[in-house]
Design a protein around this ligand. Structure first.
Ligand SMILES: Cc1cc2nc3c(=O)[nH]c(=O)nc-3n(C[C@H](O)[C@H](O)[C@H](O)COP(=O)(O)O)c2cc1C
Length: 510
């Protein structure tokens, strides 16, 4: 045998061994799906920062999530060191307009019981459903929860990983509007969502079926129910699930015929105005005993003014309101809708909150925020604005392996997260990825606690507006009160009683 033939043989043998190793190992989806060549991604990821620093983009440039933000999620979910060295690389002396600065207290708050608990439990400061005496009112155990993403837009293994991870982190898992599948049944507690398609809770004609919802809530750990009015990434738009995608499994979960196109119209058929919506909320809450909320992106403010006026007049209303920012994610949407329809979170939320607060409805309503809030600074900002609970979607996807390829609509997601094709989903091992989701949620809670302590508080919801301001150009800055339009210094905070209760709870072991 010549030298050349021997070397060739060795190379081929090495490739075969690496291929077997990559396919058999369960830690890295990319390697399982793309044996051997998948290693180049890790190599590029390793030297990417250096390359990008000089040639392509800096650490904060990429969208929707910058390299720094992704690195924080990845390292947190793997329980690696998520610190950054050498100091900020942001130009904080000449920042982009509206750059937030958190103003620490000279006397940080001492550690609380949650700091010493490895789950770093940070419950919500409000009891969901308490203001309207719902039978199954409860205090959400975690201020960070998994936002709505349906089985269909995400793969079965991804949903399994999220639900199992939610159980580990003690947070809630929102089903999204695609119904409650077998994949959702891993022990994680659930917020059941339905939209205009009423998937999983519809009769054969496609109309909302209350009895099916009651049965579903009784059969599963459904803690609350969310009526989806719209979502930031495609507000005001219906959807169409093509017949080819309506597999027997999806058909059974959604309650639709196999192989036939299935439309989700832009509007609901179970109600056509605000009074109808409020009636439906009460009907569902009475029948299930669960708190009921609405999810919406923010466009026309008139809706929120009329809604809150009718809430005052009738004494009824949703137990929680989820405000989704226009920068939010989706499996697929027209570019014009993603880029231009509905307000981004930082514009949207204060307008809605003010509308509630001006009618004194704010302390009795639980506010949920979503729209890139799965990172410590944006999360704290949202809590300061008045959110009580946060929903994270794409950050949760990243924690289970998403690499921001931004091709969810193609069915070719290389990490098996946002696709139904076995070619890709086979690589996603829910046992490993569920732990990563758990680690990520715990890390976010831990860092929120640290920020709260730095601001002199035992819980992030107790941090007031005076603790944040926004830098502008030419050494100017604007206060949060001015930016949010909050005239009352108590705006953004829970009621005095809720503040005292959560402070006591944080001081005692949970
Ligand atoms: C793949 C995917 C599917 C989604 N499906 C739903 C859905 O079924 N119902 C819904 O209300 N929002 C849905 N959303 C929106 C998210 O729940 C969330 O509101 C939005 O992405 C903002 O959160 P984020 O910035 O943390 O991703 C989806 C988002 C993604 C990325």
């Amino acid at each position: 045998m010549t030298w050349f033939a021997a070397i060739l043989l060795l190379v081929v043998a090495a490739i075969i061994l690496i291929t077997i190793h990559d396919v058999v190992q369960r830690k890295h989806t990319i390697l399982r799906n793309f044996p051997v060549i998948g290693h180049f991604r890790y190599l590029l990821e390793k030297i990417g920062p250096e390359l990008r620093q000089y040639i392509v983009t800096d650490n904060d440039e990429e969208r929707p999530f910058s390299r720094d933000e992704r690195r924080w999620v990845y390292t947190s979910s793997k329980r690696l060191n998520n610190y950054f060295g050498f100091g900020t690389d942001n130009d904080i002396e000449n920042p982009p307009a509206g750059y937030p600065i958190i103003k620490q207290s000279t006397f940080p708050a001492p550690a609380v019981a949650a700091d010493h608990d490895e789950l770093h439990p940070v419950p919500a400061a409000k009891v969901l459903g308490a203001a309207r005496n719902r039978k199954h009112a409860f205090r959400p155990e975690s201020i960070v929860n998994i936002s709505a993403m349906s089985f269909g837009s995400l793969s079965g293994p991804a949903i399994v990983a999220l639900n199992r991870g939610a159980r580990g982190a003690g947070c809630l898992h929102n089903t999204g509007e695609g119904g409650l599948s077998l994949h959702h049944q891993q022990g994680g507690e659930i917020i059941f969502q339905f939209g205009t398609g009423y998937f999983g809770v519809r009769d054969p004609d496609g109309a909302f079926d209350l009895a099916r919802l009651v049965d579903l809530a009784e059969a599963h750990p459904v803690k609350a129910i969310e009526i989806k009015l719209s979502q930031g990434a495609k507000a005001g738009l219906g959807g169409m699930l093509l017949g080819a995608k309506v597999t027997p499994e999806i058909a059974a979960i959604r309650g639709i015929p196999v192989g036939q196109d299935c439309a989700s119209p832009a509007s609901h058929t179970a109600f056509s105005d605000i009074d109808g919506l409020l009636e439906l909320v009460e009907t569902i809450a009475d029948a299930t005993g669960r708190p009921v909320g609405i999810k919406s992106a923010v466009g026309d403010l008139g809706f929120w003014q009329d809604l809150t006026d009718r809430m005052v007049a009738t004494g009824t209303g949703p137990d929680f309101v989820t405000v989704d920012g226009g920068e939010g994610g989706t499996g697929a949407a027209p570019l014009a809708f993603s880029d231009h329809v509905s307000l981004p979170f930082r514009h949207a939320f204060p307008r809605v909150y003010r509308t509630f607060a001006e009618r004194d409805l704010h302390t009795g309503t639980v506010f949920v925020g979503s729209g890139k809030l799965g990172l410590p600074t944006s999360a704290l900002q949202a809590l300061i604005m008045g959110c009580d609970v946060l929903g994270v979607a794409r950050e949760a996807m990243m924690s289970i392996g998403c690499i921001q390829a931004q091709i969810c609509e193609s069915g070719r997601c290389p990490t098996g997260v946002a696709t139904q094709r076995p070619r890709y989903t086979r690589g996603l091992d829910p046992a490993d990825k569920s732990v990563r989701l758990t680690n990520y949620i715990i890390s976010l809670r831990k860092e929120l606690l640290a920020l709260a302590h730095a601001c002199g508080q035992s819980h992030p919801a107790l941090v007031g507006m005076d603790r944040i301001e926004f830098l502008e150009d030419r050494w100017r800055s604007t206060s949060a009160a001015t930016i949010f339009g909050y005239l009352d210094p108590e705006f953004g905070l829970p009621s005095r009683t809720d503040r005292e209760d959560i402070d006591t709870l944080m001081q005692t072991a949970q």
